[in-house]
Design a protein around this ligand. Structure first.
Ligand code: SF4
Length: 74
Protein backbone atom coordinates (compact mmCIF):
# COMPACT_ATOMS: atom_id res chain seq x y z
CA UNK A 1 0.00 0.00 0.00
CA UNK A 2 1.34 3.47 -0.83
CA UNK A 3 1.25 6.26 1.70
CA UNK A 4 -1.25 9.01 1.27
CA UNK A 5 0.12 12.31 0.06
CA UNK A 6 -0.43 15.81 1.28
CA UNK A 7 -0.50 18.41 -1.47
CA UNK A 8 -0.19 22.04 -0.53
CA UNK A 9 0.18 25.39 -2.26
CA UNK A 10 1.91 28.05 -0.20
CA UNK A 11 -0.26 31.16 -0.65
CA UNK A 12 2.66 33.38 0.35
CA UNK A 13 4.65 32.17 -2.66
CA UNK A 14 1.94 31.65 -5.27
CA UNK A 15 1.55 34.47 -7.79
CA UNK A 16 -1.37 32.99 -9.70
CA UNK A 17 0.45 32.18 -12.93
CA UNK A 18 -1.94 29.24 -13.30
CA UNK A 19 0.69 27.02 -14.91
CA UNK A 20 -0.30 24.36 -12.39
CA UNK A 21 -3.91 24.58 -13.58
CA UNK A 22 -2.77 24.05 -17.15
CA UNK A 23 -0.72 21.04 -16.11
CA UNK A 24 -3.09 19.38 -13.66
CA UNK A 25 -6.55 20.95 -14.11
CA UNK A 26 -8.30 18.24 -12.10
CA UNK A 27 -6.19 18.95 -9.04
CA UNK A 28 -5.65 22.72 -8.94
CA UNK A 29 -7.98 25.67 -9.08
CA UNK A 30 -7.69 29.40 -8.49
CA UNK A 31 -9.26 30.98 -5.43
CA UNK A 32 -10.99 34.33 -5.55
CA UNK A 33 -7.68 35.91 -4.57
CA UNK A 34 -6.00 34.46 -7.68
CA UNK A 35 -4.00 32.06 -5.58
CA UNK A 36 -3.85 28.41 -6.56
CA UNK A 37 -5.44 25.86 -4.30
CA UNK A 38 -5.89 22.12 -4.37
CA UNK A 39 -9.43 21.29 -5.36
CA UNK A 40 -9.04 17.54 -5.19
CA UNK A 41 -6.95 15.05 -3.32
CA UNK A 42 -4.26 13.83 -5.72
CA UNK A 43 -5.31 10.37 -6.79
CA UNK A 44 -2.57 7.92 -7.64
CA UNK A 45 -3.12 8.27 -11.38
CA UNK A 46 -2.78 12.06 -11.18
CA UNK A 47 0.56 12.10 -9.36
CA UNK A 48 2.51 12.38 -12.63
CA UNK A 49 0.52 15.51 -13.50
CA UNK A 50 1.05 16.88 -10.01
CA UNK A 51 4.77 16.25 -10.28
CA UNK A 52 4.82 18.10 -13.62
CA UNK A 53 2.91 21.00 -12.03
CA UNK A 54 5.47 21.18 -9.22
CA UNK A 55 8.23 21.38 -11.82
CA UNK A 56 6.31 23.98 -13.83
CA UNK A 57 5.63 26.32 -10.93
CA UNK A 58 8.05 29.24 -11.24
CA UNK A 59 7.65 30.08 -7.55
CA UNK A 60 8.25 26.66 -6.05
CA UNK A 61 4.94 27.11 -4.25
CA UNK A 62 3.67 23.56 -4.51
CA UNK A 63 4.75 20.82 -2.17
CA UNK A 64 3.83 17.16 -2.08
CA UNK A 65 4.78 15.22 1.00
CA UNK A 66 3.84 11.97 2.64
CA UNK A 67 0.89 12.38 4.95
CA UNK A 68 1.78 10.64 8.23
CA UNK A 69 -1.89 10.36 9.12
CA UNK A 70 -2.41 8.42 5.93
CA UNK A 71 0.19 5.82 6.78
CA UNK A 72 -1.16 2.39 7.51
CA UNK A 73 -1.00 1.48 11.18
CA UNK A 74 2.12 -0.57 12.08
S1 SF4 B 1 2.09 27.66 -11.04
FE1 SF4 B 1 2.78 28.12 -8.94
S2 SF4 B 1 2.67 30.33 -8.78
FE2 SF4 B 1 1.46 29.74 -10.56
S3 SF4 B 1 -0.66 29.51 -9.80
FE3 SF4 B 1 0.30 27.49 -9.68
S4 SF4 B 1 1.16 27.38 -7.58
FE4 SF4 B 1 0.74 29.53 -8.02
Amino acid sequence: MTARKRLWVDPRLCEGHALCLDTAPEVFGLSGDDVAECVAEPAEELLAQVSAAIDACPRGAISLTDDPKGQPAP
